[in-house]
Write a protein that binds this ligand. Sequence first.
Ligand code: DC
Length: 235
Amino acid sequence: MTHADSTPFDRHRLVIAVDGTSGSGKSSTSRGVAERLGLRYLDTGAMFRAMTWWLLREGIDVRDAAAVAAAVGRPAIESGTDPRDPTITVDGVDVSVEIRSDEVNGAVSPVSAVPEVRARLLDLQRAVIGDGGIVVEGRDIGSVVWPQAEVKVYLSADPDARAQRRAAEQGGTDVASTQQSLLERDRIDSGRATAPLTMADGAVHVDSTHLTLPEVIDQIVALASTPRDTGTRDA
Ligand code: DC
């Protein structure tokens, strides 16, 4: 790791927003960028997953938006922001493994569409971002959570590439069913009324389909080395 990469922004205040679809490489990329630039890292998807895990454990019907809305204030969700060892706890219990289960994968998009869930987690996300110095990954970071981010990236990759990466991460699970699950989440995440997945104003589109992880990290570190202009653009 090197902290030698230069950036015209105040490193202690810099916010890099990385949005994109499931499996586009957001987590590995965001962690890598945070390590390279000596920044903190926040995985907002893990927060939605943690809320979903807790709702399932409490036996709350995740398709019942009113029941979900009534419960959102109860769990204490905390994110550790070290990019080398990001953590997520619910009521003090580490749930980093549990939140990646098929059960959570299947329930997290409908839970994320409930406005009260988003409002609760938005407060937590903004509190963690605080004065900045952080790479934040999610779906609505550049559009809703932190529109003033100095660097905004929209990361995408072809569905085939995404499914193959995710299946490999999960120890060789079936690529076809992984792809179906990713596309179903994309459909709900992009179509919901509140804070849908979208390319934010000022975001730079990086298509990672044919790029290696270090190449994607390099592109984003390079963006953090040049002041951003307005309007969306391709890298
Ligand atoms: O990035 P991920 O696959 O771990 O995210 C899991 C789900 O959380 C995703 O399907 C949508 C939701 N999510 C969201 O709605 N807004 C965010 N900022 C991050 C994730």
